[in-house]
Ligand binder design. Structure first.
Ligand code: NAD
Length: 355
């Protein structure tokens, strides 16, 4: 199969983790006789430095005409003084909005061999959580207003949702929950927020079409607590943009490292946007110690969800399992007696397990 993939390496550790994912994709292409063409494009801080714009038109055109996009990470202190509309993170929001990838899937799985910072009694039967986060609406996309009232500075951020924005992402969550354990939790703040009340109404109405899905509700503050106290009791979470952003970072630390999580952002078609959930990690950039597994898992999700390459994706996931079972560890997930490897070695080792 021939596929064109837009590759945005970005800033900080972005190019380091991306290089490992590309090695793995090349090995898969060879093994399964596919032809992956990579279209390298700029976004984020590096794009500001080279073109003056955090999201050049050429990049936007490419994400909209290739089969899918992989992104490393963007951002860093160097660009903190950019005007709000040209900050590196704006590139991400711009791509997500242009692609209309409204459903962000963030699986958080604890590998049996790795340590969770939680005590074993809290980890219970293990952690395997799917967070479905709404990605192109809510407060991040609402109006951000600064004004002066009664002689003092005032700031307002608007959080707005429409029924259709809620139902399209809820459908993704119901379908996923059905394929998993059949348990779906809507996380909201319906005791306070009007948007949350609308989420509940829409999701309850939809639940009639999914009799095999057990729907529960949890306030976001309680969910933050339950993720720590009983993560093994949580399967699929559906939530709005900002709550999902925060909860998925929290959940990622339960599985050992933020470097272990991939993500997929999907819209109506098959084209998707795939990135690890971590940022550009300026504190470790250039040291060859970043964990690229989240980026490699994101590539596997791309093969599975956008290209329908199930066998190929399974092959990557199994190779990652073997890498971990064989005792290889990057610095962030290092344990006594295990083999410490550099970021640049991880791709080769995983390719070796693909065979
Ligand atoms: P971060 O995720 O970059 O780093 C948080 C911590 O996790 C750091 O200690 C870092 O060293 C560590 N870490 C992150 N990824 C790792 C990996 N793969 N392996 C090992 N350790 C890893 O979050 P931050 O420090 O808050 O943000 C840094 C920059 O990244 C900021 O400019 C922020 O805006 C940006 N950011 C970008 C994205 C994105 O591109 N999708 C997401 C989040 C943050």
């Amino acid at each position: 199969m021939y596929k064109r993939i837009c590759v945005i390496e970005g800033d900080g550790i972005g190019p380091e983790v991306m290089a490992q994912a590309i090695k793995v994709l090349n090995t898969i292409a060879k093994k399964f006789n596919h032809n992956f063409e990579y279209v390298y494009r700029l976004a984020g801080g590096v794009a500001i430095d080279k073109t003056g714009k955090c999201l050049p038109n050429e990049t936007l055109d490419s994400v909209l005409e290739t089969d899918s996009t992989l992104l490393g990470a963007v951002g860093g202190n160097k660009w903190d003084n950019q005007p709000p509309e040209n900050r590196p993170e704006k590139a991400l929001l711009g791509i997500r909005k242009a692609m209309q990838v409204y459903a962000n899937l963030r699986p958080q799985k604890l590998y049996a061999e790795l340590d969770s910072p939680l005590k074993a009694e809290y980890v219970g039967d293990g952690i395997d959580i799917m967070i479905v986060r709404e990605l192109v609406s809510g407060v991040y996309f609402g109006e951000h207003i600064q004004s002066i009232e009664d002689n003092q500075n005032v700031a307002t951020d608007i959080m707005k949702y429409t029924e259709s924005e809620i139902s399209r992402v809820a459908k993704v969550a119901f379908e996923l929950a059905k394929q998993r354990t059949g348990n779906l939790i809507l996380v909201d703040k319906a005791n306070v927020l009007a948007t949350s009340k609308l989420w509940r109404k829409v999701v309850i109405d939809m639940s009639k079409d999914y009799p095999d899905v057990n729907l529960e509700f949890m306030y976001v503050d309680n969910c933050a607590m339950q993720l720590i106290k009983k993560p093994s009791k949580i399967d699929t979470i559906l939530t709005e943009n900002m709550f999902g952003d925060i909860l998925s970072d929290e959940a990622s630390s339960l599985i050992g490292s933020i470097g272990m999580s991939g993500s997929a952002s999907l819209g109506d078609g098959t084209r998707g946007f795939y990135e690890a959930i971590h940022g550009s990690a300026p504190d470790i950039a250039g040291k060859d110690i970043a964990n690229p597994i989240g980026m490699i898992l994101s590539s596997s999700m791309m093969l599975r969800l956008s290209f329908g390459m199930t066998e190929e994706a399974d092959c990557i996931d199994k190779a990652i399992n073997q890498f971990i079972k064989s005792g290889y560890r990057t610095a962030d997930i290092m344990q006594d007696g295990k083999k410490l490897v550099k970021c640049s070695e991880v791709g080769n080792l995983i390719c070796g397990f693909i065979g």
